[in-house]
Design a protein around this ligand. Structure first.
Ligand SMILES: O=c1ccn([C@@H]2O[C@H](COP(=O)(O)O)[C@@H](O)[C@H]2O)c(=O)[nH]1
Length: 279
């Protein structure tokens, strides 16, 4: 999917919500455990309930890998079920020496390899340009580099000063010099909203993937105020607050209510903070 197509979806739905499919087999409502593939049954119901409210889905690969071969199969079925209109992100946080990164890229981008065809994958930047290039070789795909993450330990290294600038700033500026840097997005945690205005000056056009609203307590309003650009430029992720809004048979209904509430708030911010605003 191109960024123009993504922006069209954002405008049509008045939403920049990414639903995180962090499906924990231990949290799936009991009645689904009798299904042949409980994880897929859960995801299917969540996708049916939330597709109108969001523009992207982000399965976190850890939740599927932890289930072994069955988990990879649930992931493949889930990805195939997501409507083509939605941007898909493999939150895998990969990155290794070049030839190994090449295999990670194949895993998530080449349908003939592992049966997966994501639009984007999250990548850790700290092994440098040759660890990221193999992902960027897929010319229709996106790489989402970790810049300033939402967790408390994110500050341990990412805000350390190197040549008077925080390390995350070097990630942003150095990666801008790489080939195909127009197909980079960046992860910035919602809990790091104080840094967003500064980050926007460094990468004014790029999309930011912003996890950390909902369960982690980040403010959607502050993220939108400081992070939005004229093409919205934000994908704000919520996982647990939507997936586990209820643990009963009404889980999908409650997930829809939660996703709709976030979408309505987003519609408001698109009018307020996106210049010239959305009609
Ligand atoms: O900085 C980061 C990078 C990734 N994540 C991931 O996003 C979701 C957040 O889940 P919630 O339940 O909405 O808190 C999860 O998959 C994380 O691994 C992040 O939180 N922060």
């Amino acid at each position: 999917m191109t960024s123009e197509e993504l922006f069209l979806q954002i405008k049509a739905k008045k939403s920049y919500l990414c639903v995180g499919l962090d499906t924990d087999i231990r949290k799936i409502p009991q009645h689904l455990m009798a299904e042949e593939d409980p994880v897929f049954a859960f995801n299917k119901a969540i996708i049916d309930a939330t597709a109108d409210c969001c523009v992207a889905y982000k399965p976190n690969i850890a939740f599927y890998e932890a289930q072994g071969p069955q988990g990879w199969e649930s992931l493949r079925k889930t990805l195939n079920y997501i409507p083509d209109s939605h941007f898909t992100i493999a939150d895998a946080k990969r990155g290794d020496i070049g030839n190994t990164s090449g295999l990670y890229a194949r895993t998530f981008f080449d349908v003939a390899a592992a049966g997966l065809d994501f639009d984007a994958v999250t990548v850790a930047p700290y092994m440098g340009h040759d660890s990221v290039e193999p992902f960027l070789e897929y010319k229709t795909k996106w790489v989402i580099l970790l810049a300033l993450t939402s967790n408390p330990g994110g500050d341990d290294f990412q805000r350390l000063k190197v040549d008077d600038k925080p390390l995350y700033e070097h990630v942003l500026t150095t990666s801008q010099n790489w080939a195909d840097s127009d197909r980079l997005m960046y992860v910035v945690g919602a809990t790091q909203a104080d840094a967003l205005s500064h980050i926007r000056k460094i990468v004014p056009e790029h999309f930011l993937l912003v996890p950390g609203v909902g369960a982690q307590g980040g403010s959607l309003k502050e993220v939108s105020r400081h992070g939005m650009n004229k093409h919205c430029g934000l994908l704000v992720n919520a996982s647990r607050s939507i997936l586990y809004a209820s643990s009963g048979t009404d889980f999908a209904e409650k997930a829809q209510v939660e996703a709709r509430t976030v979408q309505e708030e987003m519609a408001h911010y698109l009018s307020e903070f996106m210049s010239p605003g959305i009609q």
